[in-house]
Write a protein that binds this ligand. Structure first.
Ligand code: HEM
Length: 393
């Protein structure tokens, strides 16, 4: 089962990497895939006509990610101020300290261990934003478990399950949610946050643990995956690694580092696509759409559109469009766009910068080949570490 799911999801991501030259084409379940920046921009800016949908992922509980309108607004209110505060410049040193410590304490220099340390740092920082302290290792073990389920739910959102498969998924989801509640009960500070959410929220069937868990997944998976991908690319681009090391040591401005992060997000956006559902009959690029049709916006496709990027396939650590700040904002949307843009963009940016600085200060990395493939659950993570070597400086 795992292999079938992994293969299908990787196959879909490969399709997005290979089909980006066309601006709109048919997608799974009667929907369409869009990779034209202008068209995608128009869709993302019309959240009432093109609504968010989370499909089977909602078996893991309802959350802001799959709701719209007033309910979405009420759910967003729960985290909005925490994310803004956590993303402020005043929090930079705290974020830097967590990455520095987690990487310094990492007992092994195996890429998988470094990747886990990055996820641990992001998990600590996420809970910090709510004033919560949790035991990190059990949370990461739980997340490893959950990732298997998330992959299955993504898969069955594309390939509808038969009734017995659906029943098995529902059972598995319920058991996972129970496991999460047990994890939250270990932490008095997290329990207190959940109790206050539960008592202050006026939404039918609201479950604070479900809401918190989905936020936790979204926040930590994409930041740590991006850092793992960036480290992988540093291994390939040795000259860039040296330039970045000099820049980080000088500690004055971090323009090259920012450029490297942007190029990582452009070539390998951790959220490779976003999904919308058509609210009422309409058309896009001449293709008619009915209410309920699904639109997949390929962030990969938009980021590699040849009308907007020079040599779009090339990973260029010093890409001129970023260096000169001369690119069309519609063609670079790693954090989404419009009302439903990423709720944690500023914190994510802090984490990417401070996480990569901490890595560069402590380690050097080499990679034998340019090859990079991904596994996909909620975000794209490098699939294999073969050929990659990390050593302490
Ligand atoms: C490199 C890191 C990250 C990337 C690339 C990223 C990307 C995205 C994208 C593309 C979306 C939009 C999904 C859509 O339009 O359907 C999104 C949504 C979201 N992200 Fe992030 N994200 C990152 C990190 C974070 C962090 C650190 C947090 C929280 C601390 C966070 C919280 C959220 C939330 C709450 C939403 C849902 C917004 C809504 O209610 O519609 N993300 N993210």
């Amino acid at each position: 089962m795992h292999t079938k799911v992994d293969k299908a999801l990787s196959g879909f991501i490969d399709q997005l990497f290979s089909q980006h030259r066309r601006s709109a084409f048919p997608g799974p379940r009667g929907g369409m895939i869009v990779s034209d920046p202008k068209t995608a921009d128009a869709i993302l800016r019309a959240p009432d006509q093109f609504q968010k949908t989370f499909k089977l992922l909602e078996l893991l509980g309802k959350s802001r990610f799959g709701t719209n309108g007033d309910e979405w607004q009420a759910r967003r209110e729960l985290t909005h101020r925490n994310y803004l505060k956590a993303g402020m410049a005043q929090n930079r040193e705290r974020v830097a300290e967590v990455y520095r410590r987690r990487l310094a304490d990492c007992e092994s220099t195996e890429p998988a261990a470094i990747s886990r340390a990055l996820l641990a740092a992001s998990t600590e920082i996420f809970h910090d934003a709510f004033g919560c302290t949790v035991a990190i290792e059990p949370m990461l073990d739980f997340f490893d478990h959950a990732r298997v389920m998330l992959k299955q739910l993504q898969y069955f959102s594309m390939m509808p399950p038969d009734p017995s498969e659906l029943e098995a998924l529902e059972r598995h989801a319920r058991s996972l949610l129970r496991q999460y509640v047990v994890e939250t009960e270990r932490s008095p500070t997290l329990s207190a946050v959940l109790e206050s959410w539960q008592s202050q929220t006026r939404i039918d069937d609201f479950n604070a643990a479900d809401e918190f868990m989905m936020n936790f997944f979204a926040a930590t998976e994409s930041s740590s995956s991006t850092l793992s991908t960036a480290i992988n690319r540093l291994g390939v681009h040795q000259a860039a690694q040296e330039r970045l090391a000099a820049e980080v040591t000088a500690g004055e401005n971090f323009a090259q580092l920012e450029c490297f992060i942007n190029e990582t997000l452009r070539c390998y956006p951790p959220i490779p696509f976003v999904v919308r559902q058509v609210a009422s009959e309409t058309e896009i690029e001449g293709l008619p759409l009915k209410a309920g049709n699904v639109i997949i916006i390929s962030i990969i496709g938009i980021h590699r559109h040849s009308g907007y990027w020079k040599d779009p396939e090339l990973f260029d650590p010093a890409r001129v469009e970023f260096v000169e700040d001369a690119y069309d904002r519609r063609a670079f949307i790693p954090f989404g766009k419009g009302l439903r843009t990423c709720g944690g963009t500023r914190l994510a940016r802090l984490e990417l910068a401070e996480g990569l600085k901490a890595f560069i200060r402590q380690f050097v990395v080499t990679h034998e080949s340019d090859e990079l493939s991904f596994e996909y659950s909620l975000a794209m993570r490098p699939k294999s570490w073969e050929g990659m070597r990390i050593a302490r400086r």
